[in-house]
Design a protein around this ligand. Structure first.
Ligand code: ZN
Length: 157
């Protein structure tokens, strides 16, 4: 297990489209373990493989401590009509925060580390995380779609 380096927004790898995982090899399992350690060390709610320089369609989401979701080849399969606007940040954009508009509830379909397909549904923070992390797999950062970024005055409050 290892703590991986998290790339920051200037890194061009964050702008690439990640490739599907075709086979869950020991190397992929080790990546999942290392990403978990890295996410915990950084106190984040989610981490996508491209953020650690691996252009593969893998994300971790942990919006409740101890409830880690490993999503391999995830796709969004359903979103609610109801929307939410809330604060978002990113481990690759340290020190900045912005308001984004996201669906209130999102269902994703993904493979687990055994290769079994499953679906997971989340609302509120978890739905935002699903959208945010899956965007990373297509080279999209939340700062691209934020309604507005918080400025220094907001942050002092
Ligand atoms: Zn992010």
């Amino acid at each position: 297990m290892a703590i991986l380096q998290i790339l920051t927004k200037e890194d061009p790898r964050l702008r690439k489209t990640s490739r599907p995982v075709e086979e869950i090899t020991p190397r992929i399992l080790r990546l999942l373990d290392d990403m978990k350690d890295t996410l915990h060390k950084a106190n984040g709610a989610g981490l996508a493989a491209p953020q650690v320089g691996v252009l593969r369609r893998i994300v971790l989401v942990e919006t409740e401590p101890g409830e880690l979701l490993e999503l391999i080849n995830p796709e969004i399969v359903a979103v609610s009509e109801e929307r939410q606007e809330d604060l978002e940040g990113c481990l690759s954009v340290p020190g900045e925060w912005g308001i984004t508009d996201r669906p209130m509830t999102v269902t994703v379909r993904a493979q687990d580390r055994n290769g079994t397909w499953f679906e997971a549904t989340g609302s509120g923070l978890k739905a935002r995380c699903f959208c945010h992390e899956l965007d990373h797999l297509d080279g999209v950062l939340y700062i691209d779609k934020a309604i507005r970024m918080l400025d220094d005055e907001d942050l002092e409050e």
